[in-house]
Design a protein around this ligand. Structure first.
Ligand code: NAP
Length: 278
């Protein structure tokens, strides 16, 4: 019987730890403030932003909302980011992505001070991660490391295969697993013999954005499977990149969707906010 890796429970544990830490920091006179910038009113972005604000309130982090119209110019957005970079009371800056097409997302990410880059997307944060310097870690992959560690799954020396090489999941995941001394393979859409490669994995991390793509034939007996994907199935129920029901049987441990990787991302964002004053 596969162990179900409970992201809801583990993320709650992390949030409780952070809440206690924030209380202790407040007693030392250290307050934390996160600036949350949202452009437009995309419904999915609104849900994410609200969840982030709620998590801040729960943990004791002040959040400041900056809501800009969909039509805002790039210069105006960059000017706001610069103002927040300079604001002494603001510890972290989060610009909710995606941005409208007329705004250069990379330019905005680069405009955020690396000292306030709580999403960990700035090239300086990415560079620090790859050379092993302390810095802000990309939240979803950092959450996956916590899921593994807190479920008692060792990473050292393991054969890890990541399917997907995006800047927000696949690539930082590879850097973090290397840091934990795994042997890492990154597969992508040009990979030949994907099935052969995924069948080598002791730990298989799937972030390909393809609904229920990974079936039992992609998975080695006893492997650990982490499903980053997030989709709606034909019955409008949430599901992942992994065909859970058939894959589950073969694994030693697996994350469900929902309740696996998803809840970890915000917990790790909160951790990055606390890190600004540690
Ligand atoms: P993405 O930017 O679309 O990247 C998908 C990656 O998968 C790309 O590297 C792509 O290869 C690769 N890929 C696509 N089809 C493939 C195939 N047939 N064989 C092998 N590789 C293939 O996606 P993402 O932003 O990393 O997100 C992935 C999934 O995770 C999505 O479902 C997203 O909604 C979800 N997600 C969840 C969270 C969370 O908090 N739970 C956070 C982020 C993302 P190429 O590079 O060659 O195109």
């Amino acid at each position: 019987m596969a162990q179900l890796i409970d992201g809801k429970k583990i993320s709650s544990e992390i949030k409780e730890e952070l809440k206690a830490e924030v209380e202790a920091l407040k007693r030392q006179g250290k307050e934390i403030c996160l600036a949350v910038v949202q452009v437009g009113q995309d419904p999915a972005s609104c849900v994410y932003v609200n969840n982030k604000k709620k998590a801040c309130a729960y943990i004791g982090i002040r959040s400041e909302a900056y809501e800009l119209p969909e039509t805002v110019g790039e210069e105006e957005l960059l000017a706001l980011v610069e103002k927040l970079n300079q604001a002494g009371h603001v510890n972290g800056i989060l610009v909710q992505l995606p941005l409208p097409a007329h705004i250069d997302e990379d330019k905005v990410i680069r405009a955020i001070s690396p000292d306030k880059d709580v999403d960990g997307f700035h090239p300086v944060s990415v560079g620090r991660l790859w050379i092993g310097e302390p810095g802000f870690l990309s939240c979803t992959p950092a959450g996956i490391i916590q899921l593994l560690k807190r479920s008692g799954i060792s990473i050292d020396g393991k054969e890890c295969v990541i399917v997907g090489r995006s800047n927000i999941v696949g690539k930082p995941m590879a850097a973090l697993l290397l840091r934990e001394h795994a042997t890492v393979t990154v597969a992508h859409s040009h990979t030949k013999n994907l099935k052969e490669i995924t069948n080598r994995a002791d730990i298989l991390i799937v972030a390909m954005g393809k609904r229920q793509f990974i079936g039992a034939d992609y998975v080695k007996d006893g492997a650990v499977v982490i499903d980053v994907g997030m989709h709606r199935d034909e019955n409008n129920k949430l599901c992942g990149d992994v065909a859970f029901a058939q894959v589950c049987e073969k694994t030693s441990a697996i994350t469900p969707v929902p309740g696996g990787v998803g809840p970890m991302t915000i917990a790790m964002l909160m951790n990055n906010c606390v890190q600004t004053v540690r």
